[in-house]
Ligand binder design. Sequence first.
Ligand SMILES: *[C@@H]1O[C@H](CO)[C@@H](O)[C@H](O)[C@H]1NC(C)=O
Ligand SMILES: *[C@@H]1O[C@H](CO)[C@@H](O)[C@H](O)[C@H]1NC(C)=O
Ligand SMILES: *[C@@H]1O[C@H](CO)[C@@H](O)[C@H](O)[C@H]1NC(C)=O
Ligand SMILES: *[C@@H]1O[C@H](CO)[C@@H](O)[C@H](O)[C@H]1NC(C)=O
Ligand SMILES: *[C@@H]1O[C@H](CO)[C@@H](O)[C@H](O)[C@H]1NC(C)=O
Ligand SMILES: *[C@@H]1O[C@H](CO)[C@@H](O)[C@H](O)[C@H]1NC(C)=O
Ligand SMILES: [Ca+2]
Length: 365
Amino acid sequence: MAKPSVPVVAAYVTLSVFFLFLLSLSPRRSDLTNRRLKLRPAGAARGDHSRVPFDPLISDIELHRDDLEWERSHFLSTGDAPPAEPLPEWKDFMDAEDYINDEDRFNVTYRISVLFPKIDVAPTDGFVTREELTEWNLKQEEKEVMHNTRRDMNIFDKNHDGFISFQEYEPPSWVRELNDNNSTNDTFGWWKEEHFNASDIDENGLLNLTEFNDFLHPADSNNPKLIEWLCREEIRERDKDKDGKLSYQEYLTGLFRLIRNYDEFYSPTHGAADTSSEIPAKKLFTHLDLDNDGFLTAAELKPVIHDLHPSERFFAKQQTDYVLSQADTDKDGRLSLKEMIDNPYVFYSAIFSEENDYIYHDEFR
Ligand SMILES: *[C@@H]1O[C@H](CO)[C@@H](O)[C@H](O)[C@H]1NC(C)=O
Ligand SMILES: *[C@@H]1O[C@H](CO)[C@@H](O)[C@H](O)[C@H]1NC(C)=O
Ligand SMILES: *[C@@H]1O[C@H](CO)[C@@H](O)[C@H](O)[C@H]1NC(C)=O
Ligand SMILES: *[C@@H]1O[C@H](CO)[C@@H](O)[C@H](O)[C@H]1NC(C)=O
Ligand SMILES: *[C@@H]1O[C@H](CO)[C@@H](O)[C@H](O)[C@H]1NC(C)=O
Ligand SMILES: *[C@@H]1O[C@H](CO)[C@@H](O)[C@H](O)[C@H]1NC(C)=O
Ligand SMILES: [Ca+2]
């Protein structure tokens, strides 16, 4: 290729400056940064909470693509594979992204106006409230979680009868490492029989899809046995002297920091002034220690178990807060159809504020 001459380069520079100038005149300047709608890459649906798609159509595309990718890698790893053809799938994905960015085929304004009445349901009053949007996000998250569970079920359910027995399943490698590296070290109860039994609601020795989903996501479960197990597990992991309960010292070194980080997140004023963690730590301990015996039992941990293991609802709320902060133009705490249509990229962009990337104490994510 010929080297471009100086005048040609100068012309390009002038042109691009001119275009930038034109863009700066555009009335919808704020949309330009996130303009291209993005699909999450395959695999992202497993484990990234801050980005569950707002639009079920987008999530269907993503999950479908995720399935294709998974089937390919799964067949590859088991050997009995159809020949690997990574290229067509990649092409599919690009096609899908072109599709959602083609205004004639995927009209964001139209999509929002179709979805609005489906979100504005409690009550139907022409506004989407914080609660309504949180319920919507939660539904989207649950759909994604269940999709992943269904697929995991296929791996673990070796005889394909739709149930998982304790003998059938095999813990994932991170659990094996933690549990096996010395049998004397049985501090970790995840994926062990007690965890399995607690998930088995009807106690028939088998986990169906619902029970297996609870097993994988105990914090989101309504099963009281599983919540109790989770509390016992929290104790077990920190109970250095193995007396089955946490002393103040065990709580302070092992547990409190995890709860407090959470507290700060809920109400930033809380932690800001605490240069010494001793006072709030003591306060919380006293508050939790209902029988005042100086120890925390599994039952006494229940009030903070969701601070240690945030549920899907927490992430759904987080996503709602973000959206409201961006799109609630008149600051009345709810969204009108117009506000949503005027801020489509808040709902449709996959680009999210980095501030949402907290690291949580949650083993399955
Ligand atoms: C998108 O949909 C809206 C509302 O249905 C309509 O007014 C607009 O013309 C559509 N845009 C395109 C590019 O089709
Ligand atoms: C556990 O053992 C495996 C090999 O037996 C080793 O690779 C791994 O690093 C060990 N993990 C821990 C936490 O000690
Ligand atoms: C695990 O325990 C056995 C005895 O039960 C011991 O011989 C071995 O050295 C231990 N391994 C590690 C990595 O601690
Ligand atoms: C048990 O495992 C934990 C985490 O790997 C480790 O910190 C602890 O020292 C282990 N305890 C024993 C007795 O091996
Ligand atoms: C789990 O339940 C089975 C019966 O379904 C029982 O045999 C087993 O002892 C239980 N295990 C634990 C650790 O509770
Ligand atoms: C699994 O079993 C539980 C307990 O019997 C039941 O409530 C639930 O509906 C079942 N789920 C499915 C998908 O069959
Ligand atoms: Ca069962």
